[in-house]
Design a protein around this ligand. Sequence first.
Ligand code: 4AD
Ligand code: MG
Length: 463
Amino acid sequence: MTTRSIKDLLQNGQLGDAVTLNGWVRTKRDQKTFSFINVNDGSTMRGIQVVAQGDAIADYDAVMKRLNTGAAVQIEGTLVESPAKGQQVEVQATGIIILGEADDTYPLQKKRHSFEFLRTIGHLRSRTNTLGAVFRVRNACAQAIHQFFQERRFLWMHTPILTASDCEGAGEMFTVTSLNLNQLPRTEDNAVDFSKDFFGKPAYLTVSGQLEAEIMAMAFTNVYTFGPTFRAENSNTSRHLAEFWMVEPEMAFCNLIGNMDLAEDFLKYVFRVVLDQCAEDMTFFNDRIDNTVLATAENIINNQFERMTYTEAVALLEKSGQSFEFPVAWGVDLQSEHERYLAEVHCKKPVIVTDYPVGIKAFYMRLNEDEKTVAAMDVLAPKVGEIIGGSQREERLEVLERRITAAGLPKEDYWWYLDLRRYGTVPHAGFGLGFERLVQFMTGMTNIRDVIPFPRTPDNIEF
Ligand code: 4AD
Ligand code: MG
């Protein structure tokens, strides 16, 4: 007899089916002559109820003694109608094998645990209802992302994790070296001699796959990359990770409008798929984490996003009458409190802010005719703020050279990037979606550390 997932049993099981299932014991309630055991295998939020009758199970008393919360079990039995409310079927056990015991030091005994505490047991927290739901939604979300781009014939490419160039030019990169840190080779002027390092020059973990995606877009027109990216920014916030996943489409023959349209279609599509595939988990988030989750999802799917320029956004913030911690003025970068005011309070839905001042955005963004702003777009979402950052790219060689120099970046390092503007340059655009910010936005989870299995943040790299 093949083992079936609990999700399959609950959805497709027929009364009378002889079944074998595996899982971990969530709870056990002993009655006089029988026990109720709730078993969960991660395939679904609700586990399945197993009824173990004293006279049906060999060595009943001894087995029940060892069968504690957290233990791994294999159950054989028959699917029967459940008299309990909230479930249609349960398993009448005929055999129970304890595959792995758990004693009463198992930290996930039946009670509410704070997310802070759960982070300290990152190796066990996936067995809780909330984290289970988060990681199922995360999975559906990743799958929907690929589906969206594949349906549109975007080429999925893999950008490197090790790189020599700083895409964002923000100097927030982790250095990768094989040098002996206790005996660093030095140049004559006492700088570290990276010519002796593995790559013969400084190397880093990538902050974004964009520059390489641009290379590929100049051959395949529409491409995307979806992978881990790294930022050594010392931001201890509920929205920043040192390692996060980013989805980055890049489109040749595309301008800022096309870029915005794609970003909006993309978010709507992913929400629709996840709502459809993870209805139970999404309802759980709505009931237990944030009671606006389902309304927000419907709102995303059914309404057009707001669009406004940075200049309009600043004017709005200035006359909002709000006292912000960071004052706003044309030219300053928007802080998360500003982003949230715009999306959450003013628009009450996502808003795409475009045409930011040239001084606060990366060197590759296309300079607008006013020479004061660039063709940038950020999608700001209620609660999480910036969820997508993108732009039309500077395709004009001379302008790009000027921008690189003005940003204080070494032009030599970008020779290949500049070559793309020498050979068959075209208007092109793309964006980066912070995958964890999307999962946060979808689930209503307040801390980004609780939507990635193993968060990396300042002073934290356990598990
Ligand atoms: O706005 P960012 O820095 O844009 C880029 O890296 C571009 N090269 C993307 C592109 O155009 N291809 O980052 C993109 C998104 C942000 O909007 C945010 O959602 C997320 O990545 N992000 C982070 N998520 C978690 N932790 C961090 N430290 C993040 N930094 C950025
Ligand atoms: Mg950004």
